[in-house]
Design a protein around this ligand. Structure first.
Ligand SMILES: *[C@@H]1O[C@H](CO)[C@@H](O)[C@H](O)[C@H]1NC(C)=O
Ligand SMILES: *[C@@H]1O[C@H](CO)[C@@H](O)[C@H](O)[C@H]1NC(C)=O
Ligand SMILES: *[C@@H]1O[C@H](CO)[C@@H](O)[C@H](O)[C@H]1NC(C)=O
Ligand SMILES: *[C@@H]1O[C@H](CO)[C@@H](O)[C@H](O)[C@H]1NC(C)=O
Length: 260
């Protein structure tokens, strides 16, 4: 109980400073990683336990290692609307540059299935070394947030990238957003337009990622132009509807029947 109120307090203070009301959705969720460093105390859940002194640690990746890629992911259990991701990487006094060189080049993805292939990329580190207290806005909906990095054979990495002993150590990953992907707004209380595909929308603007068939526009509130229908308004009506009527913008059918 003592630990819980302590963590809660940290969150309150951070929340007040940045004004956003989004919930911390990753805390205590199921976390897994590609491989874990030998020994105890390096498990994937250390990054979602609310304690920044416990960290994950994977095996090393790189040309001298059997492993070339590394991932860590958190499963929210259902599709959520992500707003912001903060990652606190392990720091060792005096080794900042080395630590930053190890995480250099990483990506953050949001996925509905947990598979990196088909996931939406929301951040990819450039040639610069990322900070060890890293924050990125990532307005996507999905069930998993995935951290991914690689040190492939035969690739020349930018200056400062570490290529040997590349351990990944995440002390805390905090994902903020709405725990219902069908709502948006800073209080997570405005329903997404019902014409958004999968009823999901951008967490701040409420614009749809894609429209349901028959609709277009950023909020999908515009019917397809006359003569067009269906997914993304790309289908052409066949014509021949009774009295020259337009076909249904969703189905393409002649609602009033066919021409004689
Ligand atoms: C964080 O973890 C460390 C190491 O396990 C432990 O000693 C400490 O009490 C924990 N702190 C909180 C606030 O839970
Ligand atoms: C990391 O940065 C955030 C804001 O960007 C700040 O609230 C937090 O205290 C920082 N954490 C540490 C451990 O420095
Ligand atoms: C999510 O929000 C939508 C829109 O307000 C609502 O219809 C739905 O019941 C909510 N789902 C859950 C699981 O609360
Ligand atoms: C419609 O299709 C175009 C071209 O494929 C694409 O750029 C656009 O994002 C789509 N719009 C919606 C709302 O799905």
């Amino acid at each position: 109980m003592r630990n819980m109120s302590y963590n809660h307090c940290i969150f309150c203070v951070a929340g007040l400073l940045v004004v956003y009301a989004y919930d911390d959705l990753s805390h205590s969720k199921i976390a897994t990683q590609s491989h874990t460093y030998t020994g105890v105390g390096y498990g994937a859940t250390n990054a979602v336990d609310g304690n920044i002194t416990t960290c994950t640690r994977t095996k090393d990746i790189g040309p001298n290692s059997p492993d070339k890629t590394v991932w860590w992911k958190v499963d929210f259990g259902e599709i959520i609307n992500v707003f912001r991701i903060n990652i606190l990487f392990k720091n060792y006094n005096g080794y900042d540059i080395r630590q930053r060189g190890r995480i250099a080049g990483f990506s953050l993805l949001v996925s509905k299935t947990g598979d990196i292939h088909g996931a939406t990329l929301c951040y990819k580190a450039g040639p610069q070394l990322p900070p060890l207290n890293f924050t990125s806005i990532c307005s996507e909906s999905g069930r998993y947030v995935i951290f991914y990095n690689e040190r492939l054979d035969g690739v020349t990495y930018p200056e400062g990238y570490e290529v040997i002993n590349v351990l990944t150590e995440l002390c805390e990953v905090t994902v903020q957003g709405c725990n219902n992907a069908s709502v948006y707004g800073t209080d997570c209380d405005t329903p997404c337009p019902t014409t958004c595909k999968d009823n999901t929308c951008h967490i701040q603007s409420g614009s749809c990622f894609k429209c349901k068939p028959g609709w277009s526009g950023v909020k999908c509130n515009t019917k397809c132009k006359e003569g067009l229908y269906g997914d993304n308004c790309t289908q052409q009506c066949t014509g021949h509807c009774k009295d020259g009527a337009a076909c249904n913008h969703v189905t393409g059918l002649c609602d009033g029947g066919c021409d004689a």
